[in-house]
Ligand binder design. Structure first.
Ligand SMILES: NC(=O)c1ccc[n+]([C@@H]2O[C@H](COP(=O)([O-])OP(=O)(O)OC[C@H]3O[C@@H](n4cnc5c(N)ncnc54)[C@H](O)[C@@H]3O)[C@@H](O)[C@H]2O)c1
Ligand SMILES: NC(=O)c1ccc[n+]([C@@H]2O[C@H](COP(=O)([O-])OP(=O)(O)OC[C@H]3O[C@@H](n4cnc5c(N)ncnc54)[C@H](O)[C@@H]3O)[C@@H](O)[C@H]2O)c1
Lengths: 205, 205
């Protein structure tokens, strides 16, 4: 079993290696990767060792080969169809975020229960009625559902998504969901706590 | 130097221990914490060892004591004044997100350069003109700036924030900023890659 933080870092490694490839670099060391990501080279070696041997003695890691391997592991080569439930501020920001489609996550539908939003478009994507969730998830072959509704509605929406046959959920509501489908909770306050720690550290050195 | 992933996990430990305290639990083991966070107990022990000895043989960790210690380390006891630049979809979602104020990050001001948004309020917070950034940051004693503007404007906004005397930046724009102030980049696509990996793993087991 690969630890969760390692899986999260794979996305970072993929970005970092893509930048090196764009710059025409063929081989990199664990130090080259670690510097860009502000982590230790030993952490890079440890993470990559979970997936087999990629480094060549003296030469370092083969950028193209490692990119292909990581792409395969994190499903980068695959297009993922995404639906966002909650066409509010957050749902709209996620729909228009170019980072998602750049990493092969295509938002194909938004869902809401507010009659004034249903039928409208956000960045070209239609807002469907939440009662059409199951039919639309099957029709558009949607695999990932995003929960961007208020806290009180999140558990109910998770159950609707599970019933519709969705394969994974990215949850932004500050609620622990009870569901059989894999869930990834997102909480941006952790980034604020990290910056607070770095600010305190910087002022005391 | 404490590794960055460890700092990020401290926020998670703090949440987990607060829940145990609310349930009236006085002592917990590294296993009790690890189970809730889906990580290994050895990772919990390793992380907490950076900050000194808290566990008591046989009893486990003293919940109240550990909470106080972590609170002190990640600046939880301190109120942080926050300004968000970019009163669009993302800026609005962040302003109304209850998670921030719950963890003592108070959004006190929004900034924008769109004349139609300036002077309006989002969840009770005033949208100021970006040209008033320096004066308002000093008046409201703002320490953390959030960048929620389009990619092309992010570097310019980072320079304005640095000039205004801000101490730390949380950056949502998909751009690597050049600034002397500590920056924490947020990219939610990493959560999508993690869920994609878990979905692929689940379907192959
Ligand atoms: N995790 C994070 O880092 C983070 C950051 C910001 C916001 N949030 C959370 O994201 C959620 C959305 O925030 P927002 O600012 O976009 O709120 P919002 O009020 O702007 O949008 C919520 C949308 O959900 C819709 N909705 C409500 N109940 C529904 C239901 N049962 N079915 C379908 N749609 C429903 C509403 O009509 C509305 O359009 C909130 O839970 C907020 O706490 C999380
Ligand atoms: N990192 C992530 O996970 C993530 C997720 C979603 C969106 N985003 C990013 O967040 C940013 C904002 O997204 P959005 O959907 O809210 O966009 P938006 O267009 O709704 O909002 C952007 C706001 O910035 C303002 N603005 C533009 N230039 C400015 C300047 N020089 N000074 C002050 N204000 C200025 C605009 O007037 C607008 O109100 C984008 O860069 C987007 O790519 C990141």
């Amino acid at each position: 079993k690969i630890p969760r933080p390692t899986v999260k870092r794979l996305g970072l490694y993929y970005r970092c290696l893509s930048n090196y490839r764009e710059d025409g670099v063929d081989f990199v060391s664990s130090q080259d990767i670690a510097e860009k990501l502000n982590i230790k080279p030993s952490q890079v070696r440890k993470d990559l060792s979970y997936f087999g041997e990629f480094g060549k003695r003296g030469l370092g890691y083969d950028v193209k080969k490692l990119l292909n391997e990581i792409a395969h592991i994190i499903g980068v080569n695959k297009e993922w169809n995404v639906a966002i439930v909650g066409a509010g501020n957050l749902g709209s920001a996620l729909t228009s975020y170019p980072g998602l489609s750049k990493h092969k996550f295509r938002v194909l539908a938004l869902f809401d229960n507010n009659q004034q939003k249903i039928g409208k478009k956000v960045s070209g994507i239609t807002v469907y009625d939440i009662s059409d969730l199951e039919r639309t998830v099957n029709k558009l072959k949607i695999e990932i559902g995003v929960i961007a509704v208020p806290e009180f509605a999140a558990q109910h929406v998770a159950e609707l998504l599970e019933k519709s046959g969705i394969k994974g959920i990215v949850n932004f509501a500050p609620v622990r969901l009870r569901t059989n489908v894999p869930v990834e909770d997102v909480d941006i306050t952790l980034s604020f706590e990290t910056i607070a720690y770095n600010v305190v550290k910087k002022s005391s050195t």
